[in-house]
Design a protein around this ligand. Structure first.
Ligand code: PLP
Length: 412
């Protein structure tokens, strides 16, 4: 065979990568391994990390690890097929019942990934004739799910219920779906769920809430953001599709939806990432079943974490005053320190890294232009000393940066 000429658009890729690099938008992966507590080894170096979604430390919990081991003996390590054919194990069925009980909704459906859940359930609910109303800061998986449905998408400014109401009032489509993160993943704030629900009631819309960061964390016994505002059972399932991920506080992997009996049955029938994907391995369902009971009894862990959140916010006040940076309002473990400039956010991350602390800088397009930030994620693994160390390192880092940024003295 004669040598092929490289396709012209493949030839253009190095230039595209170069541009990303010049805009400080090139992402790199580090090889990591968990170490003790809130520590992690990054490229072989032991670091104190503030980046995990494993809020309560369940991913390393001995009881979950043991349950996964036993689950592997029971079910093997892979499911071998779609839940519609041969992948729906007893473990997966038990997990669905336990999830529904835990979030206090009639029925739940367990998916292999949270992203795939969002990317696919929306298309099972609405189509080209219908309308979606979507918060501007919704997670990428929801945005993709909305696009895939072919429904008309109306984006409202973050948390702006007035704009949402205006859009709902001016769109007479029969089927309307309002989609929102319950806890916003890059800002850490919480949606006004009762306000959203009231609008959905008024305009006969269905409300889909993505509680990736609230499930296991908020409300009594960690039952989630709905339970936190007193919504459960028939009252919630009348108009809400609840979605949670099992990869964050629950410490494992997967996603689920919960809601009324017929809504969940419909999604089971019609969601393509459910029927055409291999089921989540039963060994993970076994780990998650134990994880749910740890979450249910996790008030002590959650209280400890809440105290760290308060400690961090108080400790950063002088820094905010000195720099003009903004710590976004949040009572969740997601604490966003907005720097603004991409290069400066990266520089601060680097200064912390040199001090053995790992906090990711988040840049556009993950967050809006001009709002590059350090996304500090706290967990129950953090001790008082860990948080104090972060606060001290940030103060020292700012001094180092200010020296770096000082203009060169004018030459005589
Ligand atoms: C992480 C996340 C997801 C995706 O869940 P995975 O389990 O990681 O696939 C969906 N929505 C939000 C808001 C998230 O933060």
């Amino acid at each position: 065979m004669t040598p092929l000429a490289t396709s012209s658009w493949l030839q253009a890729l190095p230039k595209g990568l170069q541009q990303l690099s010049e805009q400080h938008l090139l992402r790199t992966r580090r090889q990591v391994a968990p170490a003790q507590g809130a520590h992690i080894t990054v490229d072989g170096q032991r670091m104190l990390q503030f980046c995990s979604n494993d809020y309560l430390g369940l991913s390393q919990h001995p009881a979950l690890v043991e349950a996964a081991r036993q689950g592997a003996l029971e079910c093997g390590v892979g499911a071998g097929g779609s839940p519609m054919v041969n992948g729906h194990t007893a473990a997966n069925a038990e997990l669905e019942e336990a999830l529904a009980r835990y979030v206090q909704l009639p029925r739940a459906l367990y998916f292999y990934a949270g992203f795939a859940t969002n990317a696919s359930v929306i298309a099972a609910l609405v189509g080209a004739e219908d309308a979606i109303f979507s918060d501007a800061l919704n997670h990428a998986s929801l945005i993709d799910g909305c696009r895939l449905s072919r429904a008309r998408i109306h984006r409202y400014a973050h948390a702006d219920l007035r704009e949402l109401e205006r859009l709902l009032a001016s769109n007479p489509q029969q089927r309307k779906l309002v989609v929102s993160d319950a806890v916003f993943s890059m800002d850490g704030d919480v949606a006004d769920m009762t306000g959203l629900l009231a609008l959905c009631e008024q305009y006969d819309a269905l409300l889909m809430l993505d509680d990736a960061h609230g499930f296991g964390m908020r409300g009594p016994q960690g039952r989630g953001s709905l339970a936190a505002v007193g919504l459960s059972g028939a009252n919630a399932s009348a108009r809400i599709l609840y979605m949670g991920t099992l990869s964050k506080a629950a410490g494992v992997a997967g996603g689920f939806v919960a809601g009324s009996e017929s809504l969940i049955e419909w999604l089971l029938q019609r969601t393509r990432s459910y029927t055409f994907a291999t089921a989540a391995p039963g060994m993970l369902a076994r780990a998650l079943l134990v994880g749910l009971s740890v979450l249910e009894q996790g008030d002590g862990l959650r209280a400890h974490l809440q105290a760290q959140i308060v400690r961090l916010r108080q400790g950063l006040e002088p820094l905010l005053a000195a720099t003009g940076w903004q710590l976004l309002p949040s009572d969740t473990p997601i604490q966003a320190l907005v720097i603004g400039d991409n290069a400066q956010a990266l520089q601060l991350m680097e200064v912390l890294r040199q001090r053995g602390i790992w906090v990711p800088a988040i840049r556009p397009p993950t967050v809006p232009e001009g709002t590059a930030r350090l996304r500090i994620a706290l967990s129950a693994n953090h001790t008082d000393a860990d948080v104090a160390q972060l606060i001290a390192a940030l103060h020292a880092g700012v001094l180092a940066m200010q020296q770096d940024l000082r203009p060169e003295p004018a030459k005589p």
